[in-house]
Ligand binder design. Sequence first.
Ligand SMILES: Nc1ncnc2c1ncn2[C@@H]1O[C@H](COP(=O)(O)OP(=O)(O)OP(=O)(O)O)[C@@H](O)[C@H]1O
Length: 348
Amino acid sequence: MLTRLILTDFRNHADLTIAPGPGFVVLTGENGAGKTNVLEAVSLLAPGRGLRRAALGDMARQNGPGGFGVAADLTGDVAIATGTHAAAPERRIVRVQGSAVAATALAEWLTVVWLTPAMDRLFVEPAGERRRFLDRLTLALSSAHAMHANRYEAAMRARNRLLADDAAPDREWLSALEAQMAEHGAAIDAARRETVAALAERLVEQPDGPFARAGLALEGWTGASNSLAADLARGRARDAAAGRALVGPHRSDLVVTHLGKGQAAGLCSTGEQKALLLGLILAHADLVAERTGAPPVLLLDEVAAHLDPLRRAALFDRLSGMGQVWMTGTEDALFADLGRDFFRLQLT
Ligand SMILES: Nc1ncnc2c1ncn2[C@@H]1O[C@H](COP(=O)(O)OP(=O)(O)OP(=O)(O)O)[C@@H](O)[C@H]1O
């Protein structure tokens, strides 16, 4: 949980300090005031590229000195900071207690889970978006997931290059790369499968309400029925022609259904898809809290505005006691049901 957040030359915020409380943190302000920017800054305190997956160079304040800083104090007197310097705007610096660490090390200190309007089309987008979403959920539960994903990617890229550049590629080298892909691919698949199973179990138990129950399945390539090294070795000519590997966990998909309607999520109405996503995110937050012993920091961008008053009240009810929950909206009235005891900041 964050006890303090300081933004320096981050997007439209030249200098902003927030000292939020432990429960709801509500950011209000007109369109463009910089509410999502604050949530993005919080999301950068966890591994990865943040909730917009933006380039670092885009985050430094335009017409500012170059470079940006996001610093936070966490409960337990932990100080973490990330940012860039003007001289190297694309190089991310991460510090914990003043010492430089790799961005992946942030997972040890903070889990951040978010839901933004940009995710509205998740169920109708190409499989890659859902895979990335699932990997983010998995990473919060299994810190080795990033390492396996990086090594898998590196081996796959090396194999793609070898097949593309060399008419008669070294077979032993190819086999070694395929063995690496098989090893890390199996770990990736197993961790994703574990996440899907744990979430699916929770979602079935979750009462219907403003957050619809999703059925989850991992489809496409799955390690359970395939031997990746053998499939890759057999598919070398095919992959050389395609210019990429056509089998492996980089081809899996998270298939989501609306349990109440027995329908594919992509066929549901916009509101139903939002409810499914919200249900998924909340189940995931519960799971993170159970596994890590601390609730994640939840970032819900423009979620309140999209719900009718009854659903909104039910959401607030569900969220209370779930740790620090950051929410944004253009109007104070959206948050009237939260009562008095929450942190509020009006951005201008
Ligand atoms: N690098 C940057 N430097 C300065 N301003 C930036 C930078 N990047 C984005 N902005 C500005 O930030 C503003 C958008 O902020 P943000 O998306 O946080 O708004 P918001 O308060 O969430 O608005 P809405 O209610 O419309 O979603 C825009 O005006 C944009 O021009």
